[in-house]
Design a protein around this ligand. Structure first.
Ligand SMILES: *[C@@H]1O[C@H](CO)[C@@H](O)[C@H](O)[C@H]1NC(C)=O
Ligand SMILES: *[C@@H]1O[C@H](CO)[C@@H](O)[C@H](O)[C@H]1NC(C)=O
Ligand SMILES: *[C@@H]1O[C@H](CO)[C@@H](O)[C@H](O)[C@H]1NC(C)=O
Ligand SMILES: *[C@@H]1O[C@H](CO)[C@@H](O)[C@H](O)[C@H]1NC(C)=O
Ligand SMILES: *[C@@H]1O[C@H](CO)[C@@H](O)[C@H](O)[C@H]1NC(C)=O
Ligand SMILES: *[C@@H]1O[C@H](CO)[C@@H](O)[C@H](O)[C@H]1NC(C)=O
Length: 535
């Protein structure tokens, strides 16, 4: 390993302005925490004034549930429960730090009750009622009061910056938990309108042989392998999301004709995706669509992830998370099973002639010209990515099992984590470092799931350890799929915004405030979208 983990290098490029930005962020965090604390203390003294107000307003809430509205509404019980849960979670941390395990346990039990109630509300589509909410809110309040009473006063305990950040992280975690619960419903499958679009596109693909001829002709374009052009790759089974990524990238590019997009989708969606990109205008950019089922080299004898996905035991492992929750099979998130998700580890194999590629997740929107990324100095590193350990403690120990000696002997638990979603990959350096072989090694070590549980980030953290160059954070702003409180200025300044989390912009659980940022890159007057919007 040539370099220490990214965290230990403080590159000169982290300019002064960057730190001003960070300080600005931190001070608003402090403000927010103090506001929440103050607000909640008052609330406790007043003995649930919101409860009474809610009783009067309750009959308004009877129509069908709009989750965005419900969670944003000051009047709703869901919001009240959510807020109390966040405070309670902060106290769980504090109680644990003070070794008051009994109180931590009591609080945790109530938090679970809270979560159950919220997920029930989401499943049945009916708002939480006064009768359901009152006992939980009351007992949570009295526990929180107890916590304050025995000196776990949040305002005095949280004195250091570390604790402020931790409280913020609890807030983010609460949002994640809640979005996971709602997300399981959403993850059931594509919404009806998207399914409708797929069907229409697919029938075009089958009816019009000219489309197939056109796609065959484009396969041989020299532009696909021209390293003087700017190459992007997207691996997705969602045609509309992919369209938004491509369209937003070309719409904000200074010279869209110099961009080349490499899309890989699965067999079911291949025809639809081809049809869409052949029949819409993307400002002259070159677009290639491939079918993952034609990657015969990506088989069980070469790739441990393919082997693991085919193995019935590991299937239960990949689904384990959902089985624990006793959720119906159709609620399971098929994304975890999807090989498309792991394709990011095979980019040099898929594009053997390319030297640099920007990888984009299908839940991002590009807002600036990205070609500058290609001329950034990665200092010999493979992966350029934004780090995520600034605002919350997203360090290696969060993602990996450091009780395991093969992890703890090779990695620093405090190393800073980074994000997938918008990465610039130097494929020459990648091949030289054998990063794919490293990924294979770690994926094999984790066959029993003891090093990490799910996802592509943990193996990414391992195989790009010491090979990652931190980028300015404004290249990639995360959280639009779960965090309700992202600063508008941060969003505006972002080159790429990422709807990671379960509240995807194409789902009905999308966060209302961010949805227009995605919607504006869809051609609303497209006849198929108009037909499908109503069905
Ligand atoms: C839900 O509420 C949000 C915010 O008021 C609104 O923008 C959105 O259109 C609503 N969604 C539905 C499906 O009614
Ligand atoms: C599996 O992939 C390897 C290379 O990755 C290739 O040599 C082999 O022929 C493939 N096997 C099959 C059955 O396609
Ligand atoms: C990468 O793999 C090749 C052959 O598998 C080997 O010769 C080379 O030393 C490896 N390089 C590194 C940096 O591990
Ligand atoms: C972490 O690794 C240790 C040692 O291999 C193992 O005993 C433990 O079960 C692992 N933890 C999880 C959550 O898998
Ligand atoms: C791309 O986005 C623009 C808005 O920037 C929109 O007018 C256009 O219709 C979109 N094109 C497609 C194919 O969705
Ligand atoms: C939107 O779609 C319509 C119908 O296909 C097309 O005529 C129009 O040019 C498209 N607009 C843009 C900006 O792509």
């Amino acid at each position: 390993m040539r370099r220490r983990a990214a965290d230990f290098r403080r590159p000169v490029r982290r300019r002064f302005s960057y730190w001003i930005w960070v300080l600005l962020g931190l001070s608003s965090v402090v403000g927010l925490v103090l506001f929440v604390v103050h607000h909640n203390q008052n609330e406790d003294r007043d003995e649930y004034p919101l409860l009474e107000r809610n009783a009067r307003l309750e009959h308004f809430a009877k129509e069908s549930l709009n989750f965005t509205e419900e969670i944003l509404s000051v009047k709703s019980f869901s919001r009240q429960l959510t807020q109390q849960m966040i405070l309670a979670k902060a106290y769980v941390v504090i109680a644990k730090e003070h070794n008051n395990l009994h109180l931590a346990w009591q609080l945790s039990a109530k938090i679970r009750g809270c979560q159950l109630l919220l997920s029930k509300a989401a499943m049945t589509g009916e708002p939480v009622t006064l009768e359901e909410a009152e006992p939980i809110i009351k007992s949570l309040s009295s526990l929180i009061f107890k916590a304050q009473d025995i000196h776990y006063d949040i305002a005095t305990t949280i004195v250091t910056m570390k604790s402020h950040i931790q409280a913020l992280e609890e807030r983010a975690n609460a949002a994640t938990v809640q979005s996971t619960v709602f997300g399981q419903i959403a993850a059931e499958g594509l919404p009806k309108s998207l399914h409708c679009l797929n069907v229409k596109l697919m029938s075009d693909w089958l009816k019009k042989p000219s489309l197939k001829a056109l796609s065959d002709e484009k396969k041989n374009s020299q532009r696909l392998v021209d390293n003087n052009l700017y190459h992007f790759c997207i691996f997705s089974d969602n045609v509309l999301a992919t369209s938004v990524v491509v369209n937003s990238t070309v719409s904000n590019a200074d010279h869209p004709k110099q961009l080349v997009f490499h899309i890989v989708t699965d067999g079911v969606n291949y025809g639809a995706v081809q049809t869409w990109f052949l029949s819409n205008d993307f400002k002259g950019a070159t677009i290639e669509v491939q079918n993952i089922e034609e990657f015969h080299w990506l088989n069980a004898s070469y790739s441990p992830i393919v082997k693991q996905l085919l193995n019935p035991d590991s299937k239960t492992f990949y689904f384990g998370l959902y089985q624990d929750a006793n959720v119906e099979p159709k609620m399971r998130n098929p994304k975890f099973l999807s090989l498309l998700n792991h394709l990011r580890f095979y980019i040099p194999e898929i594009y053997p002639q390319l030297e640099k590629v920007v990888f984009l997740d299908d839940d991002v929107v590009v807002q600036k010209d990205l070609t500058q990324l290609f001329s950034l100095d990665l200092h010999g590193n493979v992966n350029g990515a934004v780090e995520t350990c600034l605002e919350a403690f997203h360090r290696y120990y969060k993602y990996l099992n450091f009780s395991n000696s093969i992890i703890s002997s090779k990695f620093d638990p405090q190393a800073c984590a980074w994000a997938f979603g918008m990465n610039i990959f130097d494929l020459v350096a990648w091949r030289k470092a054998n990063a794919t072989a490293k990924y294979h090694y770690w994926q094999e070590q984790n066959a029993d799931g003891t090093l990490w549980k799910l996802g592509t980030l943990p193996p990414g953290l391992l195989c790009f350890y010491g090979l990652t160059e931190p980028l300015d954070r404004r290249w990639h702003v995360l959280g639009l799929g779960y965090d309700l409180n992202i600063d508008n200025r941060l969003i505006e300044s972002a080159a790429v915004i990422h709807f990671n989390g379960n509240m995807k912009p194409w789902l009905k659980f999308a966060i209302g405030r961010y949805k227009p940022l995605w919607d504006k890159y869809i051609n609303q007057s497209h006849p198929y979208l108009q037909d499908c919007a109503t069905s």
